[in-house]
Each structure stands twice: as structure tokens, then as C-alpha cells.
Design a protein around this ligand. Structure first.
Ligand SMILES: *Cc1c(COP(=O)(O)O)cnc(C)c1O
Length: 315
């Protein structure tokens, strides 16, 4: 296996992120619930994209890029954090975002305004059109550019979460379960592969907050990341567990998600977001109620950030 330490990487965040026990929620759910504070990754408002960007922006640098493109929805946390990281590294970011859902200058759009980010909105839902638009803009720049896919979710980006699993293995608690949100797939794929490599006996649950075919996307990304790591692991459906927590649609708040946001805010003083972490934590609550966790189990919830989106609109 090729060591994770042998991949080019820029330092953007503060690691390891803390693991804390949620005492009140543990008592309520009759199991031991912990939170991995990846909302505190240390750049911008924190969040899971920082770990991916450490690998992706190092690759951009190695390839001589002066401009990085990325994409997502109008309130993409990933796009905002890419702009923040690029600025820190002296790269120029151009965000080509979907126009649907553009509101007033709130949430991540406000943060992009503060950073002076070059944001272009395109009126399409098709990422193929968006990547073509990046090439069209890029061809006119006259400098090398680098395209980061939606969510930073390619094999290289997902190594950030393979590394997170390795980090968890060094933090001294055995977890029977890890629960995370799955939006573009890189976080879940990285954690599930990382658990297979570094966390024997840990089951990883991806809470799907979009309606993409994650039963195909997840193992495919895991296999590609394993190839990058030159490790001959065989990925089977036992290696990842998926649950549909999308509700009325991607980025549309759900009742269960809103209840989970309130629960976490009232009992633990932590803030989840309506697009990802609220719905994912609602999934953890459902698994607890279904009896999937025993009283002695240790369950780790990945708080993947999303604070920007919390200020973007109504619940
Ligand atoms: C992007 C994002 C996720 C989902 O991670 P993926 O790797 O895209 O599946 C979860 N939580 C927050 C806050 C995010 O911004």
C-alpha cells in the first residue's frame, strides 16, 4: 500500500479535530454518542471539504495551476471553502455555480462577497454543461487552470477521509459505528475505505441527503481511492451502509432534519445545518430508535460543518 503521507498535500486545517461525548443525547438514545468535530477544521467556517482540499489543491499546485475552478449549488459549502483555501494559497478561484436557489446575498454567498470571490452563475442543472463552461472560461485565461469536481468528490479528494479514519484510529476510542452525511460521496467513500484499512470492526453509515445512486457511487469511489493507494482490497456491500434521509429533496429542509437540529442545539449546544448534518443526525436518531446500536456501543457522528448554509434561509 502507498502511504497517505506520500501524497502531495498542503496544510490548510488544524488536525486532529476533537472527539467529544454527547452526554445528554447518549442518555436519551441509550447508547454512547460521540461527535467528531470536523466543523472545527480551522479554515473559513470549518467543515469536511478542508480535508479533501489539502490533497486536491496540492495536486493543482504540482500541475502548475494558477486558477482553480469548482462548482456546486448556489449555497455550496465546498465552493466557499475552495475560494477561502485558494486565497490563502495565492491561487485564484472561479466558482461556476448552479443558478437555481440563488437568493439574496446570504450564507455562503455573503462569505464569497467578503472574500471578493469570482462567482459565475449558470442556468443549468447539468454538471456536464458546467465543466464545459469552466473549459470555455479557462481557455480564455491564458494560464494553467485546474478543475475540482462538485464536492471535491473524486478519488484524490476522498483520501482526505481515508486519512480522517486513520486519525480516528489514533484517538483512543473504539467506535462500533460511524455516521456521516453523504452528498457527493467523497466523505462516505473515504471513511468507509479508511475504516476497512484502519478501523477493524467499525461500521460506517452514509446518510444520503441527495437522490443520486449512491449504491453505485460509493463503492466505485472506494475502489478508485483504493487504486490510488495501491491497496488490493475488495469492496463489498458489507463495507458501507446507506440510508435515505433526503426527505423532500436535496437542500430542502426535512421535518426529521429540523427536529435533529433542534435536539442538538437544545441538548448539546452544537449547531447542525439543514442540508447535510441535520438530516444525517436525524438518521442516527432513527438507527438508535430501530435498535441498531446497543447500550454499550460507541457511535461517532461526523459533524461535517455547514455553518454557512445555516444562515442562508429558513428552516
Ligand atoms: C459537502 C458536505 C457534506 C457531504 O460530503 P460529501 O463528501 O459531498 O458527500 C456534508 N456536510 C457538509 C456540511 C458539507 O458541506
Amino acid at each position: 500500500m502507498r502511504s497517505l503521507d506520500r501524497f502531495p498535500r498542503v496544510s490548510l486545517g488544524v488536525f486532529p479535530t476533537p472527539i467529544q461525548k454527547l452526554e445528554n443525547i447518549s442518555a436519551l438514545l441509550h447508547t454512547n454518542v460521540y461527535v467528531k468535530r470536523d466543523d472545527l477544521t480551522g479554515l473559513g467556517l470549518g467543515g469536511n471539504k478542508i480535508r479533501k482540499l489539502e490533497f486536491l489543491l496540492a495536486d493543482a499546485g504540482e500541475k502548475g495551476a494558477q486558477v482553480v475552478f469548482t462548482t456546486g449549488g448556489a449555497q455550496s459549502n465546498h465552493a466557499m471553502l475552495t475560494a477561502a483555501a485558494a486565497g490563502k494559497l495565492g491561487l485564484r478561484a472561479i466558482l461556476v455555480l448552479k443558478k437555481r436557489g440563488v437568493t439574496e446575498c446570504l450564507g455562503n454567498q455573503l462569505l464569497e462577497k467578503l472574500m471578493g470571490t469570482d462567482v459565475r452563475f449558470v442556468d443549468t442543472d447539468d454538471y456536464g454543461d458546467i465543466y464545459a463552461e469552466m473549459d470555455r472560461i479557462g481557455a480564455g485565461l491564458g494560464v494553467p487552470y485546474y478543475k475540482i469536481p462538485c464536492g471535491g468528490s473524486n478519488a484524490l479528494g476522498s483520501l482526505g477521509y481515508v486519512d480522517c479514519a486513520r486519525e480516528i484510529a489514533g484517538q483512543g476510542i473504539h467506535f462500533d459505528h460511524i455516521v456521516c452525511a453523504e452528498g457527493s460521496g467523497g466523505t462516505m467513500a473515504g471513511l468507509a475505505l479508511g475504516a476497512k484499512l484502519f478501523l477493524p470492526g467499525t461500521r460506517v453509515h452514509g446518510m444520503m441527503v441527495d437522490s443520486d445512486p449512491f449504491d453505485v457511487i460509493t463503492p466505485a469511489l472506494m475502489r478508485k481511492a483504493a487504486e490510488l493507494l495501491e491497496t488490493p482490497v475488495e469492496i463489498t456491500p458489507e463495507d458501507y451502509r446507506l440510508r435515505d434521509m433526503c426527505g423532500p429533496g436535496y437542500a430542502i429542509p426535512s421535518e426529521a432534519g429540523n427536529a435533529a437540529i433542534s435536539l442538538m442545539a437544545e441538548r448539546e449546544g452544537l449547531f447542525l445545518d439543514p442540508v447535510y448534518t441535520g438530516k444525517a443526525f436525524a438518521g442516527l436518531v432513527e438507527l438508535a430508535k430501530e435498535g441498531v446500536f446497543t447500550e454499550r456501543d460507541n457511535v461517532l457522528f461526523l459533524h461535517s460543518g455547514g455553518a454557512g448554509g445555516l444562515f442562508a434561509g429558513k428552516l
